[in-house]
Every structure is written in structure tokens, then in C-alpha cells.
Design a binder for this molecule. Sequence first.
Ligand code: ZN
Ligand code: ZN
Ligand code: ZN
Ligand code: ZN
Length: 289
Amino acid sequence: MVRHSKNNTASSVFTYAERQMTGYGTQQRRLGRDAKRGFDTCYLCLSRAREPVMACPQGHVSCRECVLASILEQKQALARDAQQHEARLARDRQARESERAASDAREVGRLALHEVGLSGAGGSKRALDEAAAAAAAGGPEDGKRARARTGGSSSSRQSSFWLPSRAPAAEPALRAPGGEVQCHAAAPHRLQLKRLVQVRFRTSAAGDRLCPSCDRALLNSSTIDLLRPCGHVLCHRCTETFVLPAAACFVCQHRIRPSDVVRIASEGTGFAAAGGPMVATRYDSALQA
Ligand SMILES: [Zn+2]
Ligand SMILES: [Zn+2]
Ligand SMILES: [Zn+2]
Ligand SMILES: [Zn+2]
């Protein structure tokens, strides 16, 4: 019972608790740790990354298999787009040329007719007939072509603009495909296969990811750095304390420049934008009496 010996409807207004119980209105809920993608979770399949790699400059980890499949798929789509674009350009060019040829033929016919008319009595009947035929050739053929373009078989089809199936359709605007392979873990950004790095986590027997330097467990809440040249993963504090001053990896002594350190991103999936406040909002219709 939310209120002692009273119905919900006994009062003209709801108490806060009653309103929460109805589930109407804007519901806000804080999302906990489980709602975020883990730092070692593949942003494509959303499970713990197998053979973790990182190919994007913004620190998104993925399985090797997932990211290669994604790159291949995107490259195929880009190639398909380019092919369609070429075909469309060729089709447009052909249409323009045939249009020009038809208008030339019409013009020639008209001139011939004009000359025959000027020469008057001198022109034979046959010449006049030929000129008329040439002039007529432009007309009906053009009409046929126009109908073929709009897909209709008669002029009444073109005028039925209120029937979507019969209205003449405009071809979509010609857009040059100029895409690149992208990582969709956050706002889309460039993904380069040649920058693919194998991520080497240190994993405990229990399966926890550990910092190889300070032995602390790496969590979603920690700031975690990846050293690009060798792929070792350390906590940010150890990177600052040991790696950057020595300019070498703590584990393998590989030479490290400050630009080689990449922060591993821990949130964002392929299905939703990331980086905003972690609050889910739901809007409902007003309570109907
Ligand atoms: Zn995966
Ligand atoms: Zn990315
Ligand atoms: Zn550490
Ligand atoms: Zn290393």
C-alpha cells in the first residue's frame, strides 16, 4: 500500500512514490558497470575479445576475426558503390548522346523541309516526302524514348501523379562514392589495416587482466594505456611513471615515444553512440483516465 487506507485515485495528485509506480512519464535510470562495454570486449561481437587487436587510433579493441571481417565487408560495399557509380555515369553519358543525336536529326529534317519549301516549284514531290519523313522521325521516336525513361506506356501514366506507383520517378542524386573503412565503436572514424596491433594483456589464472608493472587488476574504471609498437597494456600511472621517462616498454624494453601510447576506450558499442551521459531515458504517453 502506498498510502494508508486510500486509493490511488482518491487524491487529485499523485505522490512521488505513486507516480514512480505507474511507470508513466520520463523514467531515468543510472546505468551501472554492466551496461558498459568492457575495455577488453570486442566492440563488434560484444564478447571478450579473442586474439585482441586494435586497428583504430581511438583505442577500440576487437577480436582479430571480427575486425578483419568488418574491414572486408566494408571494402566490398565500397567497391560495389564505385561500380554502381561508374555504371550510372555511363548510362547518363549514353542518354545525353542519344538525346543530342535525336535533336540533330530533328534539326536536319527541319532544314531539309525548309529548303524544299524555299525551292518551291523546283523541288520534286519525292524530296518533299523524304524531308517530311526525316522531320517526323524525330518526333515519335522522342516520345517513345521519353515514355521508356519514365517507365510508362501512355501519357496518362505520367499525369497520374497521385498514384505513387504511376508517378514518374526521379533517379537518386548522383553522389561520388568516396568512403573509407571505418570503426563504428563511437562516432565513425578511420580504420587502417596496416595499423593493426596485437594487444597483449597480462591475464591472471582467474582470467583477470593485470597491469604487468604494478600487478593491480585493470578495470573499466581504470585508465589503461596500450603501447602501440609492442602491444603491451599497462595502467596509466605505470606508463607515466616508468614507460615515458625511460622511453622504453616496461615489459619488453621496446623503444616508446609519447605518441605511441594509446588510451584504451572502454565504452561504446557498434549499436549505439558513446561518450554521452550514461543515463537511459524513456518517454511514455500521459496517463489516460
Ligand atoms: Zn569480436
Ligand atoms: Zn575506433
Ligand atoms: Zn600499473
Ligand atoms: Zn612491450
